[in-house]
Design a protein around this ligand. Structure first.
Ligand SMILES: Nc1ncnc2c1ncn2[C@@H]1O[C@H](COP(=O)(O)OP(=O)(O)OP(=O)(O)O)[C@@H](O)[C@H]1O
Ligand SMILES: [Mg+2]
Length: 346
């Protein structure tokens, strides 16, 4: 089946000075991902990761610097691609003098809907998002949570196949967040595809079938959530205390973490690479192996690991860059450099 969203090598660079192409922000860098029909897809990344930029490119609010994308099989340059898409932007603008009903009516008209069909649709949607008692309330009087829900109703006015939500739960209290997550679940039950961005990890875990983690504009991980969390290269080894202290120290040295559960029972978290090493040491120390089980990561661990790796790579890059800069600045005459090298050798 055709993916609901396909993004291929998408790059979006913002230039401060468009003519001289100066001071660039690489908001999205060579991003490729696929969202399958019928799934809830969590697009996860810290602030400034490039989530909204990607979504805006899909919605044609921004043009890509390079790369391609398709929605429901059509290239995004084709306006028809968005005919069956519902969209909730990050900071939606509401005409707050309108009532909830009027607001939905206006949005329905923008899709060419009208008459009794639109009336029925509006009633259904107000009920769907739990605002049936506020049909005649002006949006000015709506709380943040209510605005988010009316925004969601607006995104569903054309009964879209694909719903794209940019941070639908941000700024909501736990109850408001749960309501929005429940609505996402209901949309999935109705067979719709939901692509939503967030930096709230529990929200992703609560509703997503698949995820993509994006950091500094780059895709770090993507796939089925269950598979991403299962495929860990770490194991938890539980064993009865080994008699030899030295061997215990060696196990502690190899393991990522070692915890003493009781006086006799230890638990060591080890990488797949050192698993057999640790088992051998337990045997050598005449300890008793109790259990070995793969360690299932939490999304938070996976996410933080990726952020750390990214930060380290950036730091290393910056160090290399400064080293290059300093060596350029303090460039010495070739003879002097040769002399220094000779000194080192001798
Ligand atoms: N119109 C713009 N002009 C210049 N830079 C921009 C523009 N829009 C976004 N950026 C920059 O691009 C990067 C990605 O921003 P984006 O809004 O896509 O991140 P995000 O993942 O949606 O973050 P958040 O979680 O805070 O909403 C940031 O560094 C941001 O400052
Ligand atoms: Mg954003």
């Amino acid at each position: 089946m055709e993916p609901a969203i396909r993004i291929e090598n998408l790059t979006k660079i913002f230039y401060k000075n468009k003519v001289f192409k100066k001071e660039e922000t690489r908001a999205v860098v060579d991003l490729s991902l696929e969202v399958q029909p019928g799934e809830v897809f969590g697009f996860l990344g810290p602030n400034g990761a490039g989530k909204s930029t990607t979504i805006k490119v899909l919605m044609r609010i921004l043009f890509p610097t390079s790369g391609k994308a398709w929605i429901l099989g059509r290239e995004i340059s084709d306006p028809e691609a968005r005919r069956s898409v519902g969209f909730l932007p990050e900071n939606p603008y509401f005409y707050d003098y309108l009532t909830a009903e009027e607001f939905l009516w206006l949005n329905g008209r923008l899709y060419g809907l009208g008459g009794d069909n639109l009336k029925t649709r509006i009633n259904y949607l107000l009920d769907f998002v739990g605002l049936q008692d506020h049909a005649k309330t002006r949006l000015r009087k709506f709380s943040k949570g209510m605005l988010q829900r009316i925004g969601l109703a607006q995104a569903l006015i054309n009964d879209p196949e694909l719903v794209i939500l940019d941070e639908p739960t941000s700024g909501l209290d736990p109850l408001g967040r749960r309501m929005v997550l429940d609505l996402i679940r209901k949309l999935k039950e109705q067979g719709k595809t939901v692509f939503f961005s967030t930096h709230i990890l529990p929200d992703v875990e609560a509703v997503s079938d698949s995820v993509a983690i994006i950091i500094q504009g780059k895709l770090r991980k993507t796939g089925k959530l269950s598979e991403l969390l299962e495929t860990s290269d770490r194991y938890r080894v539980r064993f009865m205390k080994v008699a030899d202290e030295k061997i215990l120290k060696r196990i502690e040295h190899i393991a990522n973490t070692t915890v003493q559960h009781s006086e006799d029972v230890y638990m060591a978290e080890v990488s797949a690479r050192s698993l057999y090493n640790v088992i051998d040491l337990i045997r050598l120390g005449k300890g008793r192996l109790l259990t070995v089980e793969p360690h299932r990561r939490t999304l938070e661990e996976l996410f933080l690991e990726e952020v750390e790796v990214m930060e380290r790579t950036t730091e290393e890059q910056e160090t290399v860059e400064t080293q290059v800069e300093t060596s350029v600045e303090t460039e010495e005459p070739v003879e002097q450099q040769q002399k220094q090298e000779e000194d080192v050798q001798s």
